[in-house]
Design a protein around this ligand. Structure first.
Ligand code: BGP
Length: 484
């Protein structure tokens, strides 16, 4: 069982979790700048991204210090990317997923012309990637919409945000289209329902509690329309490029074979697939619309929306996969955290220190399910294991647990491809230690490269190759054949 020639190998990053330089180069404030660090105490605390309040956002926005706002400093990738790209090239990456910080180009989201310093930064980075033989896979929106839009009109709840996003995308395609041929619209677009502030620039306590879910689906619809609109734009502006959509693949099993658990799981899966049904399938499925209607939620279609969605679907489906969970109708079922969720614990699976349940077979199940449903090329754009790695006195990081995690997931991925899944590539989350999205921790380490920085920003920021660095380099060199 071998992977096809041309299979893409690499890693994935997000601007708001690596760049730092939050006030440099003309960048404006993004919602990630007000995400605060919470000392890690109990795994169940981190079911979802930080709950934000208007008062908390305004307080943090007024605070110019970065001590308790790790995403303001990231790992200084803004300045250090040449060194980091060289490390990725040393591992043999053919693809690196990165995101463009919207507010580096449009500081408030409403300017009519882009900030040229921001454009120049990304042009230089993409040129350097190409020089190293690394193809950029670029996410337009990865958890960092403009803070100004959140404070002004709850971001994506407002339909006008579509036009602002089109303006941003047009500049990205015009100025970076020569280097970037693979794009993704919204990171984990389904996440807006679980963390509306991070994804949608929506401040929950400014909306009446009983109208919040409707507001999130309204914002999600606006992102669907924006995604289809920029997909059409890409076809005109960069004809040899392709556009992907992205899903948080929250693979869920019935906790028991009791029909009620099976039915509950079926509904959960239907509502998760809604996002790929629209972006890759081109329409809201009747059953999903009915499920929303039964909850008093309506989609604010405008004339032309349905046609736009139908005509400009994604070329490929990308997704993040870390863990799986189960669904139970029992209110007292034991729960455990996952990626921005709190799922019912699976007694057959081990958990990471953050409670995420490790399920390599679930990756194969996810690949088969998605390919079966859509028949479109897939791309794994996030998969990895967050752990508390230790830097030894003699400067090594021994992370056999991470090698075991990836080996087990690669075995399943290769089997899925052998069963016929059209998989374009695999980029791990994350090739280098960075600031965690949900907890803003450095201590939740994902990388093949260790970064000497702690949760409070202490450290030298020097980079150290972990044992898994050498292992992944060998995997890539053998195109997945040598996992020993
Ligand atoms: C996904 C995000 C990534 C990454 C990942 C790991 O939701 O798309 O940005 O952060 O989660 O989660 P965390 O960083 O919370 O451990």
């Amino acid at each position: 069982m071998a992977l096809p020639d041309g299979f893409r190998w690499g890693g994935a990053l997000a601007a708001n979790q690596v760049e730092g330089a939050w006030k440099e180069g003309g960048r404006g404030p993004a919602v990630s700048d007000v995400a605060t660090y919470k000392p890690h105490t109990d795994p169940t605390e981190y079911a979802a991204h930080h709950v934000v309040t208007k008062a908390g956002v305004e307080k943090a926005a007024a605070d110019q210090d970065d001590t308790y706002y790790p995403k303001r400093r990231g790992i200084d990738f803004y300045h250090r990317y040449p060194e980091d790209l060289a490390l990725f090239a040393e591992m043999g990456f053919t693809t690196l997923r990165v995101s463009i910080s919207w507010t580096r180009l449009f500081p408030t989201g409403e300017e009519t012309e882009p900030n040229e310093e921001g454009v120049a930064h990304y042009e230089a980075m993409f040129r350097e990637m190409r020089r190293l033989g690394i193809e950029p896979l670029v996410t337009l929106s990865h958890y960092d919409p403009p803070l100004a839009l959140a404070l002004k009109h709850n971001g994506w709840v407002e339909r006008r945000t579509i036009e602002l996003f089109e303006r941003f995308a047009a500049v990205c395609f015009a100025r970076f289209g020569a280097y970037v041929k693979s794009w993704i619209t919204f990171n984990e677009i389904d996440g807006i329902l679980r963390h509306p502030f991070t994804s949608g620039a929506i401040i929950p306590d400014t909306i009446p509690q009983d109208e919040l879910e409707q507001a999130c689906y309204t914002a999600l619809h606006h992102q669907f329309v924006a995604g289809a609109s920029v997909t059409r734009m890409l076809r005109d502006m960069v004809p040899d490029a392709r556009m992907g959509c992205m899903l948080t693949m929250l693979t869920t099993y019935p906790n028991t074979c009791h029909p009620d658990d099976v039915a509950a799981t079926q509904l959960k899966e239907r509502m998760l697939y809604l996002c790929t049904d629209v972006q890759a399938g081109g329409a809201y499925p009747r059953l999903a619309l009915r499920a929303l209607e039964r909850r008093g939620i309506t989609i604010p279609f405008r004339d032309g929306d349905r046609e736009l969605l139908a005509e400009h679907t994604a070329d490929f489906i990308s997704f993040s996969y870390y863990m799986s969970m189960t669904e139970s109708v029992r209110p007292d079922a034991e729960r455990t955290p996952g990626n921005t969720v709190l799922g019912v614990k699976n007694p057959f699976l081990p958990s990471s220190e953050w409670g995420w349940q490790i399920d390599p077979v679930g990756l194969r199940i996810s690949l088969i399910s998605l390919y079966d449903r859509y028949g479109k090329p897939l791309f794994i754009v996030e998969n990895g294991l967050g752990m508390r790695d230790e830097l030894t006195a003699d400067g090594h990081v021994h992370d056999p647990y991470r090698i075991d995690y990836f080996r087990a997931h690669f075995e399943q991925l290769i089997q899925a491809v052998d069963e016929g899944v059209d998989l374009l590539g695999y980029v791990s989350w994350a090739p280098i230690d960075l600031v965690s999205a949900s907890t803003s921790q450095m201590s939740k380490r994902y990388g093949f490269v260790y970064v000497d920085q702690d949760d409070m920003g202490g450290g030298t920021l020097r980079r150290v190759r972990k044992d898994s660095f050498t292992w992944y380099k060998k995997v890539i060199a053998s195109n997945g054949a040598d996992l020993s």
